[in-house]
Design a protein around this ligand. Sequence first.
Ligand code: SF4
Ligand code: SF4
Length: 155
Amino acid sequence: MPESSFNCQRCGHCCQGEGGIVMTAPDRERLARHLGLDVPAMLESCAESVGGKLRLRAGADGYCVFFRQGQGCGVHPGRPDICRAWPYFRGNLVDAASWEMIQTDCPGVNRAAGHALFVSQGLDYLCEHGLAHKAGPETPRALVVDDLLARRKTP
Ligand code: SF4
Ligand code: SF4
């Protein structure tokens, strides 16, 4: 079995905080479907619009409204792409210093595996799960990796 650059420890740190979970149109449709709601009703129940972006709200405890202590994500099959892609965000792929820094908050990142393996496994993971996006008006920059993939193919 090859070494893994990331093994989620289910600590929930990445579900804490406000503002990070921006939803694109496909994210909104998937989450609404998962909740058995139409998109406007889903947005009413759990989202907010800030600076023209629609994002999940945080609860009084500072965690995402869907985070359940001891259980994790309460909408796992319907969660947005940004949640699916973490920690393989663009910044952590292009910058080894960012990869170093996230290890403070994300104990799932395997420091011993090194940044190069993180990049190669991360790009594979994003491709396999349909999470490698091109830039778009709603697409979080963290998910834009098409140029990195193109570069990887170039000998
Ligand atoms: S912070 Fe990292 S290890 Fe903890 S739940 Fe999130 S992805 Fe998993
Ligand atoms: S949707 Fe789920 S994975 Fe995403 S921040 Fe909320 S609880 Fe965490």
